[in-house]
Design a protein around this ligand. Structure first.
Ligand code: CP
Ligand code: NVA
Length: 312
């Protein structure tokens, strides 16, 4: 049956089938080509998009705003400094009002339950632009970048090194296990993902053939990796954990020594950004020949445009 995502929200890739993810990635490659050819298509003409931000953002906000705006749509940025969201007005009420005025809603913030509540009450597609536990639109861009580099996804090996229980490590496990990318987290035991996520992804991996591994030392785990991925040691909202994280994660910095453990010159380095150079990644790696982080950042826009085209 042909895939249709019309009217769907994206709260987590766990809700999407491998075929639906495939559909979004194919469309992403297509919209990237159109953009490079300079096509003006105006496919969101007359449409409006609400962008709710409880946390800061460069890439996600700009990807949504430019992708929507250049297709003729009108994005409206709503920081929680400015609107009522769960403070004076319940999330349900905000969702119902925004749903009457906008064709879609993006939410970036703390709780996954908030984006779920928005989707339940808005009556229009809601997109998760990052929560404490997930970042599905980033993973679409990461998968797209892997595909551009290697021409396929199934059977690739991606190793995430760092805070193995943060939103990125979790979101990547979901995305990779759905599409058949072998996925390893290398992190100190204190920062391993929880059993509930592992069980969920084990089910997806069984279908796709992906192998999921959790390790505590880069040695051995990185061998043969197609891609090495890291993210900040201190995610937004966890600033009070800074000192503890530095101590735990210092041995996990992605530097040229760590990259060499893949045993391959053609393995690539990915990072969702923003990066704290000198912490989770050394300058020589992020600025070096194996880094694909700028393509990855650009692909946020193409994948987000594809998501909106598919669902609106
Ligand atoms: N990768 C990412 O989500 O970046 P921003 O926090 O700048 O949106
Ligand atoms: N783990 C990071 C991701 C930023 C895109 C954070 O939540 O701050």
């Amino acid at each position: 049956m042909a895939v249709s995502l019309k009217g769907r929200s994206l709260l987590t890739l766990a809700d999407y089938s491998p075929e639906e993810i495939r559909y979004l990635l194919d469309l992403s490659h297509e919209v990237k080509r159109e953009k490079k050819e300079g096509k003006i298509l105006q496919r969101f003409l007359g449409k409006t998009l609400a962008l709710i931000f409880e946390k800061r953002s460069t890439r996600t906000r700009c990807a949504f705003e430019t992708a929507f705006g250049e297709e003729g749509g009108h994005p409206v940025f709503l920081s929680t400094q400015d609107i009522q969201l769960g403070a004076k007005e319940s999330i349900e009420d905000t969702a119902r009002v925004l749903g009457r005025m906008f064709d879609a809603i993006q939410y970036r913030g703390f709780k996954q339950e908030t984006v779920e509540a928005l989707a339940r009450y808005a009556g229009v597609p809601v997109y998760n632009g990052l929560t404490d536990t997930d970042h599905p639109t980033q993973v679409l861009a990461d998968l797209m970048t892997l595909e551009e580099e290697f021409g396929r996804l199934k059977g690739l090996k991606l190793v995430f090194v760092g805070d193995g229980r943060n939103n990125m490590a979790r979101a990547l496990m979901i995305g990779c296990s759905k599409v058949g990318v072998h996925y390893t987290i290398v992190a100190p035991p204190e920062l391993h993902p929880d059993q509930a996520l592992l069980s969920l992804c084990a089910g997806f991996a069984k279908e796709s053939g992906a192998q999921i591994r959790i390790g505590t030392s880069p040695r051995g785990e990185l061998e043969g990796a197609d891609a090495v991925y890291t993210d900040v040691w201190v995610s937004m909202g966890e600033e009070e954990k800074s000192v503890q994280r530095m101590q735990l994660l210092l041995p996990f910095q992605v530097n040229s020594g760590l990259m060499s453990l893949t045993g391959r010159k053609d393995s690539i380095f990915l990072h969702c950004l923003p990066a704290v150079k000198g912490n989770e990644v050394a300058v020589e790696v992020i600025e070096g020949p194996q880094s694909r982080v700028w393509d990855e950042a650009e692909n946020r826009k193409h994948t987000i445009k594809a998501l909106m085209l598919a669902t609106l």
